[in-house]
Design a protein around this ligand. Sequence first.
Ligand SMILES: [Zn+2]
Length: 455
Amino acid sequence: MDDGEDRNGTADERTSEEEARPGHDREPSAGESGREVSEGSSREVRWAGVAAAVLGGVIVAVVGLTTPWEALAGTPVAAAGPEGDFTAEQIARSQAFDAATSVPSYLSLGLTLVFAGLLVATPLGAKVLGVLRGPWWVRVLLGVLLLTVIEEALRWPLGVWFETVLRDYGLSTQDWVSWTGDRLKRIGISTALLGGMILAVVALARRFRRWWIPAAAGAFALTVAASFVYPVVFEPVFNDFRSMPDGPLRTSLLAMAERDGVPVEDVLVADASRRTTALNAYVSGFGATRRIVVYDNLLKAPEPEVELVVAHELGHAKENDVLYGTLIGALGAAFGAILLYLVFGRVRRRAGVASIADWRAAGAIMGLMTLATFLSGPAQNLVSRQIEARADVHALDLTRDPVTFAAMQKRLATANISDLSPDAVEYVLYASHPTAPQRIALARAWAELNGVPGP
Ligand SMILES: [Zn+2]
């Protein structure tokens, strides 16, 4: 914390020096950029505009046509409040937890957006990066690191606040040492990836006039590669995984997978309890890296409920949801790269840089990436909720047990203190899954449709 503030102060001092020095707003010299500034040629912009429009249209069409917009074909699922399925005490606890966590969450989001906005709309990034010395590519990497350190130092107290609420409610099992370690690892990984991406953009812009073409191809490839290696490279940084021990549960889960026609050789158990009391399971990776993981906490739940959770994950595996999401995300990343080319020409003057080939552009690129990630979130959540509902229907079809499904949903929502009735903003910004009452309502509709006793 102290270290971050010191560096922040140092950066500010040097920034004013830089400002006072004449010619700091100069175009990068030929030696620096290796080529003349090429953005803004109207023919070039037109080509990129056409490419963005075509790619954007393809993404919208593919998502529109392949998303399962109706979980139960032809059967409307009645929107449900939490009152029917949860006790007044559970609802009150969920509301209190939501209120306590919203403040640090929204402040953190606000800080992120303001910081990104400043990087895009003011010369802040260019000035901070102006203090750095060394070869241009070193300065890009150090610049991304320096800006990240400043932003994360500002966000740190909000993270402490959020974690304190988790502990008050008994959701976190971490001490401050392991919490700090986790946070630093997460920041380190994201900074390394971000630094690599921004370095690639600047390097391509220095080398190619139409840099947006290789940048779009690279963004696509990087997204696919990152999602593929994620379970074997990044997940083990945070958790240990072991095979589910032999026993009746493992046997029945693998038998269920076989009945379902999904090839599963193993179910992995993550040591989530070192961090949280939350219950969860997920599928990650695809092809050779695909894995089904359950939190160790979940194994304390009754066996039929664990089976329901895994049946939901089998739904994701059967529909190749991770691969599908990765490919759509990769198209989105390629679209983002072209958009960066189009938008950068409009913000570069305000950001105080002549061209994206100028290494001091790294800050503005960072800001634009943050804003794009934020703006695409609601669309991702909208599609994700439909895919989650399809996996729920898969679990119901496979187990034909809506009563246990509802019991499992209640257990998860209560243990994780889920938001049972998020307001519209929370739903749009954060809800990647339907709410627990919505999922229970789906089970009820499924039961009625299939003539099975419902929850
Ligand atoms: Zn799911």
